[in-house]
Design a protein around this ligand. Structure first.
Ligand code: HEM
Length: 472
């Protein structure tokens, strides 16, 4: 039974979920006439079909292509509803709670007290407090740091370009995002983190992430297995890093709330709960760097594939940033082609394919009444590949976004991603800076990125490029 789960990260995610669905809420059965396939296995429901599709995202694309934008299926014995149109997702906009068990897979990394699992008043209080650090004004204050991080990378790439060295684009994009998120969310005034420490943090994150996947496919390692030691070492390194950063920051005094970063707000809110503090800092740190890092990577990859569009990006940033003299929220807001390019990148790469909600009361959606406790998946990735909403969905076409916001790649409602303004600001700035400084090309011109679909979509392999410097 396990073998068909070894098809990718999303299938692992399903396996984690099925435990919850089978055992945590066995009473919730289908009580509506929502279209969808019958369960293909009495116990496993449609899980074998998800295994055959390759990932949850791919299964949802097939499901919605056949049954329309509102469809249901069985995770084990639990009926789950999936929505794949922005109109339907908007009908769930008032829902705040998230089925915590759905993200149980990540608990060893982010910790059980993470905001990821906080619902009701607790979740709302944390969001009301932390969102202040990601307001329009707060993000506006991050540009000097974001610019410095870009300067540092550009200098490094320029040296590599001069020597004709191959550039591992994923590694550099993630490294840039790690440096930026630490300064933006914790210590803006600190010096940039040394490369060795960034590399160590990334490798701890990679190791912890891979181990969580391995536990699902291969089972829990036995006591004494080297995997246990490696995982614990990686985790304690992450904990030490976060704890020492928090300790340093706790000693700070502030004249005004404006100077407080996310970490400062978290230190105040979790003054009596060190575990919740550590969990939330790790959640925002990881949530902030892997998403933005891979968005930048995919955007650069599409820019390499579409040199004419890359030239349009260069022209726009020369015009807007050239006139503004410096990057700021107003200038980034005027870079509408950058915004469209990033939205199209998130759509076509399916960067973050799902969000999910649950309610302890009945929910009305698409003319159906869903029983309380029914998990609702907002299939952001599948919605983005719908040919009615996006004609020729496999084409990379940023112009389809011009003048309209078709769907929300960051989710819906009060619980949408808290980092969306920061993500747009930093990736638009970095994209424009990198394309102004270099023309990139693939080392292997026949290379096509193959996606690994999970909670986050990444290329399966490193993307190797060469850079030609455009300016000194
Ligand atoms: C391209 C970049 C990003 C994408 C596509 C993305 C996408 C998402 C999505 C789809 C969700 C689920 C929202 C929902 O349930 O409705 C989410 C949640 C979250 N994101 Fe992001 N995100 C990005 C960047 C960031 C950044 C920069 C941060 C750091 C500030 C961040 C921190 C978080 C956190 C902490 C949550 C959970 C919030 C909660 O539990 O209430 N994300 N993100």
């Amino acid at each position: 039974m396990i073998s068909f789960f070894v098809v990718g990260f999303a299938a692992l995610f399903i396996l984690a979920l099925v435990g919850f669905l089978l055992y945590a809420s066995p009473g919730a059965k289908k009580k509506t006439d929502i279209p969808g396939p019958p369960p293909s296995d009495k116990l496993l429901g449609n899980l074998p079909d998800i295994g055959k599709a390759g990932s949850l995202h791919e299964f949802l694309c097939d499901l919605h292509a056949e049954h329309g934008p509102l469809a249901g299926f069985y995770f084990g014995q639990q009926f789950v509803v999936s929505l794949a149109s922005s109109e339907l997702m908007r009908q769930t906009v008032r829902l705040f709670d998230r089925p915590p068990e759905l993200f149980k897979l990540f608990e060893p990394l982010i910790g059980p007290k993470s905001i990821q699992y906080a619902n009701g008043l607790d979740g709302r209080t944390r969001r009301n407090t932390f969102d202040r650090a990601f307001s329009h004004e707060a993000v506006g204050r991050t540009f000097p740091v974001l610019d410095e991080c870009a300067d540092e990378l550009i200098e490094k790439l320029r040296a590599m370009a001069a020597k004709g060295e191959r550039i591992p684009l994923s590694r550099f994009c993630i490294g840039l995002a790690i440096k930026a998120i630490l300064r933006v969310t914790v210590e803006p005034d600190s010096a940039s983190l040394p490369d060795e420490q960034v590399a160590q943090l990334k490798s701890c994150y990679d190791l912890a992430w891979n181990e969580m996947e391995a536990r699902l496919t291969q089972g829990e390692p036995e006591a004494g297995d080297h995997r246990v030691q490696a995982f614990n070492d990686a985790l304690s390194h992450l904990h030490e890093f976060v704890d020492s950063t928090v300790r340093r920051r706790s000693a700070m005094k502030f004249d005004s709330d404006v100077d407080k970063t996310f970490a400062d707000l978290a230190i105040e809110l979790h003054a009596k709960d060190a575990e919740a503090l550590r969990s939330d800092v790790i959640t925002y740190m990881v949530g902030g760097f892997h998403t933005s890092g891979y968005l930048l990577l995919w955007a650069l990859y599409y820019a390499i594939q579409h040199p004419n569009l890359a030239d349009r990006l260069r022209a726009e940033s020369a015009e807007v940033l050239g006139a503004a003299g410096e990057a700021n929220m107003a200038a980034i807001g005027q870079m509408t082609f950058h915004r469209a390019f990033l939205d199209e990148t998130m759509r076509l790469s399916c960067l973050a394919p799902f969000a999910a909600r649950v309610s302890d009361t009945e929910v009305e959606v698409g003319g159906h009444t869903l029983p309380a406790g029914t998990p609702v998946i907002q299939a952001l990735g599948a919605a983005g590949m719908c040919s009615e909403a996006y004609p020729e969905p496999d084409d990379f076409n940023p112009d389809r976004w011009t003048g309209q916001q078709l769907f929300e790649p960051f989710g819906f409602g009060r619980r949408k991603c808290p980092g969306y303004r920061l993500a747009y600001a930093e990736t638009a700035l970095w994209l424009s800076r990198l394309l102004a400084a270099f023309r990139f090309r693939l080392v292997d011109e026949t290379y096509t990125a193959v996606s690994s679909f999970g909670l986050l979509t990444k290329p399966k392999e490193e993307v190797w490029v060469l850079a030609e410097a455009l300016i000194d």
